[in-house]
Design a protein around this ligand. Sequence first.
Ligand code: AVI
Length: 334
Amino acid sequence: MTWTTSPQTWERFALHRDPTPVHAASFAEDVRAGLGARPYRLSAKYFYDDLGSCLFEAITRLPEYYLTRVERDLLLSYGSQIVAAFDEPLELVELGSGSANKTRLIIDAILARQSDLVFHPIDISPDALTESSLALVAAYDRLRVSAYASDYFALLGERRLRTEGRVLALYLGSNIGNFAPGEAQRLLELLAGSLRPGDGVLIGYDLKKDPSILELAYDDPTGVTSAFNKNVLARMNRELDADFDLAAFTFTAVYDAQRGAVDSFLISDRAQTVHVGSAQIDVPLERGERIHTESSYKFTPAELIALVDRCGFREERTFTDAAGRYALSLVRVR
Ligand code: AVI
């Protein structure tokens, strides 16, 4: 990828890569593990190739997927109050920054009261990180970006995040909901260990609610979420020499009230055997057999606060919309 930008812009941007990247399981290895034994499952991290990222962007614009819109409104309404809870100067960290669109609302609030700002985004994709960071430094001349292209577990576990002053970290987008409870706890513990007492984390999460609203948010009538899920099959066809017939699968999303999670599945419409060349497996599927593709956990504010409390944080304040759909909890390292 090439980026066209002025030298002044590059001077305010630094990219840190993992020194010795730990061997991450490859797509083929993960597919072999997930489709090599029943019940079949695929890791949601493979949703996000180029097309998958565009489909996710489309999801965030669906009327049924209220999460992104409500979070943005909450940041617009409460951004200044959130920032005002900290002494200046403040540094900003963000886990999984993506396009950093919502981050701009917090950057605006911080730069309204201090002269300059260092932003530390952490994202697995160096290209996406470089693109969004350069867009930010071009848009804000009082901003420096010190970006980390890394898996968060590796970066935080190895204590490689370098900040100097008081930190506000953002963990938005209900991304915490895509981790199983034990993994979410481990990530928050690592985050607490990488920050100093008094530093803050703003966590955006989806609230438990009527299952019909949740299921519609994850199985929209336009079929965008279905396409987002089926793109993983298409991706295996493209990259792993697989022969999935996308028309022979139906997408469904079901809320499991006991676990508080929306589970997404691709269901085989007929008995069939699929071959995945690069994973060296044949996958026999019965008619009606499911492949689990993602879980999206939902919380009550009390559950989220109990979780962060176990990880070394205390609640500062929780903000929710009037309809009680989504929450932002501001917590501090104890
Ligand atoms: C990225 N993540 C928080 C989304 C979610 O809500 O679990 C991914 C998504 N899957 C289907 N729709 C959106």
